[in-house]
Design a protein around this ligand. Structure first.
Ligand code: KG4
Ligand code: ZN
Length: 336
């Protein structure tokens, strides 16, 4: 069968991105524009600024990606756009752009759930990764453990009862005055600190409940900072260690209750922006090995928001027969 090419569009948060991906897992061309500078003065993403920036950059970016690949819109088999969840203004911009291109080129539109993009991203870079697998999805908006049985087939085993893991990193960065985006800044500072110097709680560690909680950890970081007794690098290191301990504990619980090997799972997959954290990856790698699984972690650039994962999710949905003939309906609504 001839290979298919999908144009992916991502605009659900503060990254505008476009990518052309082929069904043989080749990323033919891609571009990404981060809006970090625009949001930095506010210490977080401002939805209105994000939506305007997406509207400004997406169309020329798509033209640029096509030119880079030496392709025309007619050479593309389908157009996949993030349809949510995300900041509604941004999602609307990307989805409407996808709809317009689909109409103009008479190609099917594939409405992609952003989380499915993250969930399947590991299969874009690892062709040996088979379903089912256990997925730890850790981003700015989500913190979940899922059993992934196939495109569109997910069983949620755990979620956060308050903050997402990336959110906890971002809030810690804000408390320590590290600016935005917080995750990478906390990781850099933590590398210079002593995690044992600041006692911090591990919310829900050892709990019979499957879920995550990070709000109490964030409050403890705030108190440690306000006490004036600790160095910022020690607080950062202690926070990162406590957060990783919580993740390992919750993942261990899921691995145990899921009886992964009996269910034929061979891999633990980590995806989402926080999967870019090197300490977390190393810890998960070790944990997977003790359960007889391998850890699959996409390269850093595929962990944070990008359009290649959206195009790939589109290809997976097509291959699984989840895209209706002619594509998803053009009146599909963006989801916040
Ligand atoms: O997946 P993503 O790019 O956007 C969402 O869909 O949320 O994730 C962004 C999140 C932010 O909270 C960011 O601080 C966090 O991922 N992040 C990190 C690192 N790089 C990004 N957290 C910890 N360590 C990192 N190196
Ligand atoms: Zn994301």
């Amino acid at each position: 069968m001839a290979h298919q090419v999908v144009l992916g569009i991502e605009s659900s948060c503060d990254e505008s991105a476009a990518a052309l991906v082929r069904s043989d897992r080749t990323i033919i061309a891609q571009a990404i524009a981060s809006q970090d500078e625009a949001h930095r003065p506010y210490g977080g993403v401002v939805p209105e600024i994000a939506a305007r920036a997406h509207a400004q950059v997406l169309t020329p970016m798509i033209a640029q990606v096509l030119a880079q690949a030496g392709m025309e819109l007619d050479d593309v088999d389908a157009i996949a756009a993030t349809a949510g969840p995300g900041l509604i203004g941004g999602v609307m911009v990307g989805l409407v752009t996808g709809k317009a291109l689909a109409m103009a080129s008479d190609r099917p539109l594939i409405a992609v759930n952003h989380l499915e993009g993250h969930a399947l991203s590991a299969r874009l870079c690892d062709e040996t990764l088979q379903f089912p697998f256990l997925l730890l999805l850790v981003s700015g908006g989500h913190c979940q453990i899922l059993a992934v049985h196939g495109p569109g087939q997910y069983r949620r085993l755990a979620t956060t009862i308050d903050d997402a893991l990336g959110e906890a990193f971002d809030k810690t960065a804000k408390i320590l005055g590290l600016g935005y985006p917080g995750g990478p800044a906390v990781e850099r500072l933590a590398a210079m600190g002593d995690a044992a110097a600041v006692p911090l709680p591990r919310p829900l560690k050892g709990s019979a409940e499957p879920h995550f909680s990070f709000a109490g950890l964030k409050s403890a970081v705030m108190r440690a900072h306000q006490s004036g007794e600790h160095l910022p690098e020690d607080i950062a290191a202690a926070f990162q260690q406590a957060a990783i301990d919580c993740v390992l504990d919750r993942t261990a619980r899921a691995l145990m209750t899921e009886r992964v090997t009996e269910r034929g799972m061979t891999a633990l997959v980590v995806a989402g922006g926080v999967a870019a954290n090197r300490r977390l990856r190393a810890a998960l790698d070790e944990q997977a090995a003790t359960h007889g699984l391998r850890l699959v972690a996409p390269p850093l650039a595929l962990c944070t928001d990008n359009a290649a994962m959206i195009a790939w999710a589109g290809l997976e949905r097509m291959a699984a027969g989840l895209v209706p003939p002619g594509g998803d309906r053009l009146d599909i609504m963006a989801r916040p």
